[in-house]
Design a protein around this ligand. Structure first.
Ligand code: ADP
Ligand code: SF4
Length: 698
């Protein structure tokens, strides 16, 4: 395979101040849940991308001192030498692979609510945080301004000494420098408020001091949202106005859109934003600077990347999510292995998993976040010690497909992936057909290509296996990946019993699969979709049925419509969108009974409510399809008699979870199938402080 020459431009080096990027692929700062608290995970996670060809890898936001504290959201802290000692491991990993390491130094200002440090938040003016409305900052005195500049310089020097090549003066997503710049936050009447030049003063002074301190050794980068797409920041004219004012102090402009409250427009889910969507705003920055520019927009198409560079709009292709989904994206383009690229599907599960004290993971890339603690490499697979066996995987959903692929790569003699359905995919056969989720099909497409390539993996479709079939199959190892189904009787988290009258064998009551796979006709005009789960399924079905001409009400017993989508940054836009397409929304409705023509229950205050409904769709909870597994495991002697040495189950068949977890579970079993007890995950390396008694003075 060779690279298309039109992509050669992506592999030109780019100079940024005193440093040189080896190509145009740039991993912009993004959260992981690691910070300086999990230094091994941080180092290996970023190092993997460096190995995969990203010319620079950056930390997440790095808080410069203890008066900017967001705990329990894990940002990198650069409060003292120990934090930097931890982060220096990441620099070593980046350098080992010829990449630059960058650190996104910042101060959260108003939004840093000091939950651990107990220090007040600080702002240009005393205006409550729009992100945490109960947090009211101290209006900064001139002494505070001076101290923070000094903290920034100190953090920059420590960063340089730790090995970082790129130092940011990050304004954000509406963090302190941008809060000074934005009239939404800054109502000062002194030299730091008023005209743009005054509002830019804090940022420019900080840049001057940081540049004087480390500018000979490190590239100085500024990242900020040039267009807030809402009130919490600046509009494009002031964004570019700031670029003009600060250009002489900056080696790299890292530009995006949105704000902390409108982060959903920066890390845009594929449901609402196509690839490259930020270019509309960030592409305008070129008009005011000749310095290198990096932009983002969930770019995975090399043609599009080359086009952008050729157009002159950006010099570097920035990525957070595409680099999580495929750390080897640059290498694969470089080597012309286009079909191997594991394209990000834009589901934002990485954000759900990285924010709020979690540990990053990814729907497409089961190894994301496991590089250090489990030692997994996304492109390397050890031959299995028990590879001279046949493995039967029953069920080709996310868990079964991922498991079969990894088993195939680990060199098993033969892997048989069998599914009752006429196509592979399991739930992914229909999820991408929900409105807005078309890009999720990439999950299936990548796996279809892999399965096709693996000569030792055979896919057998349209074959439903019974326990007897499995025993007779002739494989020594059996993995049951039969997935889950939606409850047909309204069983749900709130009552733990079925809803009286709910029975999806009736003509007017539906499960999601009956609509998406079975083609069961929805009668009448009025449809109520009843959601007790809160993620995308009910909302998607409501939108689909409304588009088909039904009069749809989406009712949920939860406090809000689709609250889980808030964790993927889709929630507010999704609720607005449902409203715009005519879906009525009712939260706090607990269903008590369903009958012909109605669903009745109570509102959040216990008052009775009856909704007219010709049809009711139930998205209440899922249940594992575990009967096959239970029947097999019940009779171990019968298994052994047929030469089956091992039986496992994976994915939703164990417990119904999100696709990322089902896929991870299949991957995990295949990675560990030659361990002493493959059914139980091997312990992973934890990163925490272990104190001796002397350390606490006893
Ligand atoms: P997961 O997310 O755990 O991979 P899914 O529900 O997406 O689970 O996929 C499960 C797959 O298993 C479905 O495609 C289904 O058709 C298949 N399946 C379930 N039971 C059997 C069976 N007895 N024989 C063959 N395939 C089965
Ligand atoms: Fe992309 Fe989803 Fe993976 Fe995030 S979790 S990188 S959005 S595929």
């Amino acid at each position: 395979m060779t690279r298309d020459p039109k992509h050669d431009i992506l592999f030109e080096p780019v100079r940024i101040g005193p440093r040189t990027l080896r190509n145009r692929f740039y991993q912009v700062p993004h959260c992981t849940g690691f910070g300086a608290e999990k230094p091994g995970s941080q180092a290996r996670f970023r190092g993997m991308k460096a190995e995969g060809g990203w010319a620079a890898v950056n930390t997440e936001e790095a808080l410069i001192s203890s008066d900017t504290d967001y705990w329990p959201v894990v940002s990198t802290r650069v409060w003292d030498e120990d934090d930097l000692r931890n982060l220096s491991l990441m620099c070593d990993e980046a350098h080992k692979h010829g990449s630059l390491a960058g650190i996104e130094l910042t101060h959260g200002g108003v939004h840093a609510d000091g939950r651990e440090s107990r220090r007040p938040s600080l702002g240009p003016s005393q205006l409550a945080s729009d992100y945490h409305p109960f947090v009211v900052p101290k209006a900064m005195e001139l002494a505070d301004i001076k101290r923070i500049r000094e903290d920034w310089v100190r953090a920059a020097k420590l960063s340089r000494d730790a090995g970082f090549d790129i130092v940011y003066v990050y304004g954000g997503h509406s963090y302190l420098p941008l809060q000074f710049l934005s009239p939404f936050y800054n109502k000062r009447t002194d030299a730091y408020g008023g005209a743009l030049e005054n509002r830019a003063r804090f940022w420019i002074e900080t840049l001057e001091e940081v540049r004087a301190a480390v500018g000979d050794d490190c590239a100085i980068a500024v990242r900020f949202c040039v267009e807030a797409l809402g009130p919490a920041g600046v509009e494009l004219d002031e964004g570019t106005g700031f670029v003009v004012l600060a250009d002489h102090l900056v080696d790299l402009w890292d530009v995006n859109v949105g704000s902390i409250t409108d982060w959903s427009k920066d890390s845009g889910a594929s449901r609402f934003f196509p690839e490259g969507y930020q270019l509309e705003w960030t592409g305008r920055v070129r008009e005011v600077t000749a310095k290198p520019i990096v932009g983002v927009g969930r770019l995975t198409s090399p043609d599009r990347m080359a086009e952008i560079v050729r157009s002159g709009a950006w010099d570097l292709i920035g990525a957070a999510r595409p680099s999580i989904s495929d750390p080897f994206l640059p290498k694969k383009i470089e080597e012309g292995r286009y079909g191997e690229i594991r394209e990000c599907i834009g589901c934002n599960v990485c954000i759900m998993k990285a924010e709020w004290g979690n540990h990053i993971g990814c729907t497409q890339n089961a190894t994301a976040g496991e590089e250090y603690r489990r030692g997994w490499h996304p492109e390397k697979f050890e031959p299995a010690a028990n590879a001279d066996n046949d493995v039967l995987v029953v069920g080709a959903g996310p868990a079964g497909m991922e498991c079969a692929i990894v088993l195939g790569k680990r060199g098993f003699r033969r892997v048989h992936l069998v599914d009752a359905a006429p196509e592979i995919g399991g739930v992914m056969r229909w999820i991408p057909r929900l409105p807005g989720l078309g890009e999720w099909a990439r999950f299936l497409n990548w796996r279809a290509v892999q399965l096709e390539k693996l000569k030792n993996v055979e896919v057998i479709l349209g074959t439903e296996l019974t326990a007897t079939d499995v025993r007779d199959y002739g494989a020594e190892i059996v993995v049951v990946a039969t997935g889950a189904r939606w409850s047909t009787d309204g069983l749900n988290a709130y009552t733990h019993v079925p809803i009286p009258g709910a029975d999806a064998s009736l003509a007017h009551i539906f499960t999601p699969e009956q609509i998406m796979l079975d083609g069961k006709a929805v009668p009448g005009k009025r449809v109520v979709v009843y959601d007790a789960e809160g993620y995308f399924t009910a909302a998607g079905l409501a939108e689909k049925l409304a588009a088909e001409g039904h009069d749809v009400e989406l009712a949920t017993c939860l406090e809000r419509i689709a609250p889980v989508t808030d964790e993927t940054l889709e929630g507010p836009m999704l609720r607005q969108h449902l409203h715009d397409v005519g879906v009525r929304q009712r939260a706090g409705f607990l269903a008590a009974e369903i009958g012909e023509g109605f669903i009745r229950g109570t509102d959040e205050f216990g008052e009775p409510v009856e909704l007219e409904a010709d049809a009711v769709v139930l998205a209440t909870q899922r249940l594992s399809n575990e009967l096959l597994y239970l029947e097999l495991v019940e009779d171990v002697n019968a298994l052994h008699a047929e030469g089956i040495d091992a039986l496992y189950r994976i994915g939703d068949c164990v417990a119904p979870r999100i696709v990322a977890e089902a896929s991870y579970d299949g991957h995990r079993l295949a990675r560990e199938i030659d361990s002493d007890d493959p059914a139980t995950p091997l312990p992973y390396t934890r990163e925490r402080i272990v104190l001796e008694s002397a350390a606490i003075g006893t």
